[in-house]
Structures are given as structure tokens and as C-alpha cells.
Design a protein around this ligand. Structure first.
Ligand code: NOJ
Length: 535
């Protein structure tokens, strides 16, 4: 029996509930819809699901604006549906990770509504960051929201409240013990309902310091924090070291307390993964010290070019930094906040990179639809719902493209996702990418994922570290091939546009695309593809 905790090298499937499967014909996915498709999820070979927020919410930021963190939004179902989803997942030996949003509430949360009705200095306002205007009437500082526009919104009596994201997402004041107590209640609520872990939204943002101090270059900082704004990397890194509201030491005290809470559930292995985008990268390891959280997202692969030097550096750095705190890395190629990997680097490259990453030590996160090779949805501006689009007056298109619902079956849009008009349109061009079609095609991306995850489980989970392979033919010194061995498997990725010969030993067990030519004792890896060899 494997004594390692379940999450250690788990493959975790991220579900954006609104886009997964609509069971009640309102054009939006829901919890019973997810429950009804758990056999599909299980068949992928994943170990757990991470559910993006499904709590009561006015949905100004895709549910990351939570009005009641201990209830289900009617658009997704009710608490009974959540309980049933968890029960059915557990029956299939799938763990469930909920998404907790501690940096902010929705402005519709009862606390914020009470704060609006209360006086300056009241205990209701103390739960958020309310400040008076400067003498000239301007906001308390010059910070820019991560979604664009000012970080402050003024209320009727002239005070301003802080919101790092949309104006409908007031930041919570974590110096206030009531905030701490309320979140502990929320964690217990979901653990008692059966969840096995949490993804912690903006985990690095909870503690603010120097709230009344201006930043010397707020626009530069705002650009540096946006992955869709091009900037010289030295300039970006220098600016990122100056973020006044992220990665303060106080956040770690919170996670130490949470860890104690998780560990108090004896006989269960409750885990948490931090969304902590911090600089320099070594700071991320602080979130996974032995008495803090279990995993921290590594976002590097969401932006990395399909280039051997870049990918070597990302992989090597992530493994070695995590090793300093005895943790394993996490790998993600797509999520609901970034362009889908197939659109970003190309379809064949996305398959190759997935197979490369599935061999690595640590946890692999797969964003629903990634297994199909889905590209970003093509949307009209009139379809868009992301607050970033509105707060930047359309200058930044936002994240809706990655959130287009899944195509399940049939020949015409919306491909079985719903019998109603889906909340975002699904292009007719996705006809060949439906789950039904890909299941029928042994060469599909879906089959690649299923086969790879099965082989990963059989040969690689628990197989220890990697050894980079270097030679004149392959290895990180070569522009075309990147290769490592782990346990009994050798992984070779050909990043170039032409087939390349390599001298990997062993028998071919999977290739991400094309055919490996293994005549005359030589192995020729097709362009833009990855192969695994078993010795
Ligand atoms: C990160 C989430 O992934 C994103 O979707 C959200 O908009 C922000 N945090 C704010 O909660």
C-alpha cells in the first residue's frame, strides 16, 4: 500500500462549474450536472476535482465575489446537491477540493451591507478597509486595481473602501479577529460536509501593510502584475518586488493556524493549495513549509514559451526550490484565468508539453477541456462578462475565452452542454472536439490524456526525482530535445519543427503525436512531440 498522502502526486482536474454541464436547461453548468458526469471524470484517471466557487454570489467575477461562503448559489443548486456531489465523488475514489476566497467578499455579503449602513469607525466597517479621503478629496492612496481602475470606491458618507479586484469585491481586514473566526467556521463547514481540501484564492494577499502609502509607479506595477502586458523581464521583476499588498509575513501566521485546523481532523488528510503569485520565486516555498500549506501553484508554465531553455529553467527551478522545504512542485498548463494552452503555444505543442509534464514529480493540475485540446473560445465583445473587460473599457479582453462551456456530444452547438442557450457561445468549429467524438478517436487528445495518466500512475507516481539526460543527441543543452529519466521511464520532448533522432533506451510506450520511427535501433521523435520509453 502507498503510505504517501493522497494529494502528494495527485492529478487534479479543475472544474469551472458554470461551464461543465447544465442539468437544468438554464444555459449554465451546475452541481448536479457535475455529479452526472463523474464517471467521465473518473475515466480520465485523475485523483481529485477542484471546483471553482459555487457559493452564493452576484457573479460579478465568476463567483470569486462571494456573498455567502457557506451556501450554494441557486444557479448551481443547493447544499444537498453539494453533499451528493461529494458523496458520489468519494464513491468513485475521487477527492474534492473546494475553492475558498479569503481576500475579499462580495459587496452583497451581509457584512458589507451592514458596513455601508454603519458609521465611520464602527465595528462593521472595521471588517474591511475603510478610510477617509485625502484632504483634497482623492482616495487614500494611488493603488490600481488588478482588474484596472482605482483600488478604491467611495461610499455615501465620503469614506473609501479598498478593493484589489472589482469594486464589488471589498477586501477583508485580516487584522480583525472576526474575519479569522468566520473563515475558520467556513473551513470547518466544508470539511464537515466532506471536502478533502481547499484551493486558496489570492493566498498571498490577505495582509495589507502601509495602506496609506502611495506606490511610486502604480501604473507600472499594475502592468507588471498583468501577464497580458508585454514588459522587459528585468523591469517587471524589479517592479514585482515592490508590491505593497502581497506576500506580507502576516499571511503565514494565518496558514499556520489553518494547518492546525486541517490536522485536527484525525483520520482524514485535508490538504490546501495556495494561489500565491509571489516574487522572487523562492518566496513561494514559504507557503509550503512543514507547518503551513501542502502545495503552492507554480504559474510559470502558464506563460512559458515552447522553448527548451525556458522549460528546462522552469522545471529545474520549481523542483529544486520546493526541495528546500521538502515539498513537491505543482504543474498547470491552463486554468480559468489564462489563455488555454492549445491556443497559446499550438495544439501539437500543448500535447507534447502535457506528456512532458505528466512524467514529472509533484501534482499535475488539468483544467477541464484541456484534455480535449480545446482552444480559447472566440467571442464577440457583446458576449464578454469578465470585469477586467469592463474596468479597462475593453482594452483588455479578459478571461472569458478560457471559460467557454465544454462540448459534450452531437454535431451542432451547444454540443450537449445544455438544451438552452449557453452563457457563453460555443463555436460550431468545435464539432470535432466533443467528448463523444474524441472518445471514438484513438488518436485524440482525450485518449492521449487518459493513456498518459494511466501510465503515470503505473510507473511514475512515487518514483522519486528526475535525472536530466544530456548528450549530443538530447538533453537540456540541445535546442531541439529536452529529456529526463525518472524511475523506469525516459521522457524525450522534441521541440523543433523537424523529426529528431535520439538515443533513449527502452521500449516506446506512448507518444503525444505522430509515429516514433524505431527502425535500425535508432529512435526518431516526430516534430513537436513527446515520447516515453520504458526500460
Ligand atoms: C484569482 C482567481 O483565480 C480569479 O478568477 C479571480 O478573479 C481573482 N483571484 C479574484 O478573486
Amino acid at each position: 500500500m502507498n503510505s504517501s498522502p493522497w494529494w502528494k502526486e495527485a492529478t487534479i482536474y479543475q472544474i469551472y462549474p458554470r461551464s461543465f454541464f447544465d442539468s437544468n436547461s438554464d444555459g449554465e453548468g451546475d452541481l448536479p450536472g457535475i455529479t452526472s458526469k463523474l464517471d467521465y471524470v473518473k475515466s480520465l484517471g485523475v485523483d481529485a476535482i477542484w471546483l471553482s466557487p459555487f457559493y452564493t454570489s452576484p457573479n460579478k467575477d465568476g463567483g470569486y465575489d462571494v456573498a455567502n461562503p457557506r451556501d450554494v448559489d441557486p444557479r448551481f443548486g443547493n447544499l444537498e446537491d453539494a453533499r451528493e456531489l461529494i458523496t458520489q465523488a468519494h464513491k468513485r475514489n475521487l477527492r474534492v477540493i473546494a475553492d475558498i476566497v479569503p481576500n475579499h467578499f462580495s459587496d452583497q455579503h451581509e457584512w458589507f451591507q451592514a458596513a455601508l449602513k454603519s458609521k465611520r469607525g464602527s465595528k462593521e466597517r472595521e471588517r474591511f478597509h475603510f478610510y477617509d479621503a485625502n484632504e483634497d478629496g482623492t482616495p487614500p492612496n494611488n493603488w490600481i486595481s488588478l482588474f484596472g481602475g482605482p483600488s478604491w470606491t467611495q461610499v455615501e458618507d465620503g469614506q473609501f473602501y479598498l478593493h484589489l479586484f472589482d469594486s464589488t469585491q471589498p477586501d477583508l481586514n485580516w487584522e480583525n479577529p472576526e474575519v479569522n473566526a468566520d473563515f475558520e467556521k467556513t473551513l470547518r463547514f466544508w470539511i464537515d460536509l466532506g471536502v478533502d481540501g481547499f484551493r486558496i484564492d489570492v493566498a498571498h494577499g490577505l495582509i495589507k501593510e502601509d495602506v496609506l502609502t502611495n506606490h511610486p509607479d502604480p501604473q507600472g506595477l499594475s502592468n507588471a502584475l498583468r501577464l497580458d502586458v508585454a514588459m522587459d523581464s528585468e523591469e517587471r521583476n524589479a517592479l514585482l518586488l515592490t508590491v505593497p499588498y502581497f506576500d506580507r509575513q502576516g499571511v503565514h501566521e494565518i496558514y499556520r493556524k489553518w494547518r492546525k485546523l486541517f490536522d485536527s481532523y484525525t483520520g482524514r488528510e485535508i490538504m490546501a493549495v495556495a494561489e500565491a503569485w509571489v516574487h522572487p520565486p523562492v518566496n513561494a516555498t514559504r507557503y509550503v513549509r512543514a507547518d503551513e500549506l501542502h502545495q503552492v501553484f507554480n504559474f510559470d508554465l502558464l506563460t512559458a514559451e515552447f522553448d527548451s531553455d525556458v522549460l528546462f529553467d522552469v522545471v529545474e527551478r520549481s523542483i529544486s526550490l520546493n526541495a528546500t522545504v521538502n515539498a513537491l512542485p505543482t504543474w498547470a498548463l491552463s486554468n480559468h484565468d489564462s489563455p488555454r494552452v492549445a491556443s497559446r503555444i499550438g495544439d501539437e505543442q500543448a500535447r507534447a508539453l502535457a506528456l512532458f509534464v505528466f512524467g514529472l514529480p509533484g501534482s499535475a493540475y488539468v483544467f477541464a477541456g484541456q484534455e480535449l485540446g480545446l482552444p480559447d473560445g472566440q467571442l464577440q465583445d457583446s458576449d464578454r462578462q469578465d470585469p477586467t473587460f469592463f474596468r479597462t473599457n475593453g482594452a483588455i479582453k479578459g478571461r472569458d475565452g478560457a471559460r467557454v462551456p465544454l462540448p459534450w456530444s452531437g454535431d451542432t452547438t451547444p454540443f450537449g452542454f445544455s438544451t438552452a442557450k449557453p452563457w457563453l457561445p460555443i463555436s460550431q468549429s468545435w464539432k470535432d472536439l466533443t467528448i463523444e467524438n474524441e472518445l471514438a478517436d484513438p488518436k485524440s487528445s482525450l485518449h492521449l490524456y487518459k493513456n498518459a495518466l494511466e501510465l503515470r500512475k503505473e510507473f511514475l507516481v512515487g518514483a522519486g526525482g528526475i535525472t536530466w539526460l544530456e548528450s549530443s543527441q538530447h538533453g537540456h543543452k540541445n535546442d531541439s530535445l529536452l529529456s529526463y529519466s525518472r524511475g523506469s521511464i525516459t521522457v524525450v520532448m522534441n521541440l523543433s519543427d523537424s523529426a529528431k533522432e535520439c538515443d533513449a533506451a527502452g521500449k516506446l510506450i506512448i507518444v503525444s503525436g505522430g509515429t516514433v520511427d524505431a527502425r535500425d535501433g535508432k529512435k526518431v521523435i516526430p516534430a513537436r512531440s513527446t515520447a516515453w520509453f520504458l526500460t
